[in-house]
Write a protein that binds this ligand. Sequence first.
Ligand SMILES: *[C@@H]1O[C@H](CO)[C@@H](O)[C@H](O)[C@H]1NC(C)=O
Length: 303
Amino acid sequence: MAIQSTLSLALLGLFPSATAQRVDGSKYNSPTGGPPASYFAAASSIPVAVIQSAAAKASSVPSLATYPINTDKNSPKSTIHDDWVKFRRGAALSWVADMDVDCDGIDYKCAGNGDGQPQTNWGALAAYEVPFIVIPDTFLAANPDLLPGNNVAAVICHGKMYYGILGDSNGDDPELTGEASWLIARTCFPDEGLNGAKGHVAADVTYIVFTGKNAVLSSRALGKHYLTNFTTLRTRGDKLAGALASHLGLPGETARPRVTSSPVATTETKTASATEDAASPPNYEACSWADQDEGATCSSDDD
Ligand SMILES: *[C@@H]1O[C@H](CO)[C@@H](O)[C@H](O)[C@H]1NC(C)=O
């Protein structure tokens, strides 16, 4: 309990220890003892609803992008969109689907998992400890440049956004989409008793995989089995998601009328016009991009 409170305070920045969320992953490798949601949740400054609604409206379809979400004959289909893939920062693929539980890797014997494999695509991750998402094999194989593996990813569920990595692929027949690690699934839907045999059925989860330069998590924060530095994941996630949001059609970008010297303008409006440039998009990035290294600070200059 005491340890827990200390970690929460560290999250709030009250104890700005750089090592606060460097973890020994094996200590969190249990079905109900995984890392708390706060370790991989997006900062409150990220406009989650804006990203979610933009993902719902995405329309650009790359090849081999559509997959069923379950094994029913008439399963709904989910399509991966690449509208955002050319963004200079925060480039990403997105799709909306249900959420099945993947336990592949060292926790492959998780409850309900009859057909697990001891490996994941780029290691043998611990599904209880690592927030990871899954993409269909065929799409992965067709996009090696965009998806080298261990890309930072995000899911939006119940209006909350969590970061993770692209950790595994689905090679079922047919290949299914809408799948995330035990940790993500049970964090998103804590009241649904999810396990290897029981997924979240509604196709109301937004998945985002960042694809651009700087999107891949380094081996300093991620080992073969465990995510070892949650601060790195969150910092990088907030940077990428903030950059993505800055590209989308956001309040600051829609023609906010420049305030003229109308005598009826309120003080509030005048303040707004004085401090914001209506022509420049809002900037949700937590830090600058000058230093992508793990030790990047928020004070270094932009590129
Ligand atoms: C964890 O990551 C943060 C942010 O990237 C970094 O500042 C910190 O030094 C890292 N901690 C360790 C022990 O590597």
